[in-house]
Write a protein that binds this ligand. Structure first.
Ligand code: ADP
Length: 159
């Protein structure tokens, strides 16, 4: 069974992340979305909240599960018997950062490969930080995040 891990901060999960999740779930037998602890210092959602949002929006995709981890990704993958890390690439700066991460992960765990998916065209500009910024300015979020988490995001912004 081919198990892949999709790690990130998911603060919050966006339609760009969902697009990668769906495409990766079609390629691998099982996809574990791992909400990583080593996130930003000032997240909008705490770890448990981020996990719950991910679970809520992926509950209908049978081969996807969500988890959190404070472990080093290379060690977490070993623990889960996964030898693939999935990453989405939007712009050149993602590539530079992700290439470095992929090489470090491979150094620590030689069985671990990183699988890159190009962001879909309509989501190349989309990031969790853009979503948070737009929420602050009351921009409608329908085109950026799954419908069922919009109220959670708007509930976090100042009134
Ligand atoms: P962000 O970069 O939005 O703060 P994360 O750290 O949660 O989000 O990102 C986790 C992974 O998802 C990374 O591989 C990142 O490149 C990818 N990703 C984030 N947003 C998108 C998007 N809009 N399209 C494709 N991949 C994305």
């Amino acid at each position: 069974m081919k198990i892949a891990i999709y790690p990130g901060s998911f603060d919050p999960i966006t339609l760009g992340h969902m697009d990668i999740v769906r495409r990766a779930a079609n390629i691998f037998d099982k996809l574990i979305i791992c909400v990583m602890v080593n996130a930003e210092k000032n997240p909008m959602f705490n770890l448990e909240e981020r996990l719950e949002l991910v679970q809520r929006v992926t509950k209908d995709i049978p081969n996807v599960e969500a988890d959190t981890s404070a472990l080093l990704l290379a060690d977490y993958a070993k623990k889960k018997n996964a030898n693939v890390v999935v990453k989405g690439l939007r712009v050149l700066s993602d590539y530079e950062r992700e290439c470095q991460m992929a090489l470090i992960n491979k150094k620590i765990n030689p069985d671990l490969d990183t699988f890159f998916l190009t962001a879909s065209e309509q989501y190349t500009y989309l990031s969790s930080s853009i979503v948070k910024e737009m929420a602050e300015y009351r921009v409608k979020l329908e085109e950026f995040v799954p419908q069922e988490i919009i109220a959670d995001i708007m509930g976090k912004v100042r009134v």
